[in-house]
Design a protein around this ligand. Sequence first.
Ligand code: SAM
Length: 291
Amino acid sequence: MKKDIATPARTKEILAKHRFQLKKSLGQNFLIDLNILNGIVEASGFTEEDGVIEIGPGIGALTEQLAKKAKKVVAFEIDDRLLPILEDTLSPYPNVEVIHQDVLKADLTDIITTKLNDTEHIHVVANLPYYVTTPILMKLLEDRLPLKSITVMIQAEVADRIAASPSTKEYGALSIAAQYYSDAKKRLHVPASVFVPAPRVDSAVLKLTIREKPLVHVTDEAWFFKVFHACFANRRKTIINNLVHNLVGKENKALAQQGLERATIDPMRRGETLSIEEFAALSNELDQLLN
Ligand code: SAM
């Protein structure tokens, strides 16, 4: 029985055997700490009846730990040089399927119906490539996939922004978007030293538990997203100024003011002080007045 992939010695051996050169541009920082991997698996909370989608298996460090506990693992890897390595390292795990594709271009609904239809719940678990953290998370949330949870290793600073509460410096459009679809909790702080090569920043494990329905009712979802993005466009500007400059235009200032009044929000407040409920109320009033 070979040692786990996620040890410094085995990782070094695999990289040397395949003469693999890590690509910084693809966010290739591989995990070499089994305790952290176990922490990620535990935070996710999937069972042996569940299916897992992994993004970026690398040489298979996390994939191996997922395969030991889940019913089936489907892993998306963009770098074709890693495919023969994964075939080698994951050969003891027949419940893993590696798909060579950019996850941002993947039809995940189709993958779920065709490849994970015999699993109970579906979870995403990944040590994400940091250069595309936000687009990947937004795709996973906005595609409304039938997921139970998303547990990801990301930069600590981004995890703080996603899990932030109103009136903190981290709170912004990303916190609202995540909160709308999920309950977001930071689970582990992870030092840079558990990766090869070590990234320049610390990381964190974030768990998003997907809500059965969005947290607030909005009359038009796309409009709601435009409203809160506009309110955060310039953090030093008041809500009214942000709305006028970034969404409704000067000609509609009076209507924007009326919408704020109807939603009982002081136009001089800043976006970062509004709760998601207040953004929803504002979005619904403005939708009625302007669209
Ligand atoms: N899971 C491994 C681990 O924990 O050691 C590797 C994680 S590494 C941070 C990120 C991985 O994502 C790399 O293997 C990289 O090639 C892959 N990757 C980067 N961009 C991707 C994309 N758009 N779609 C799928 N995989 C991607």
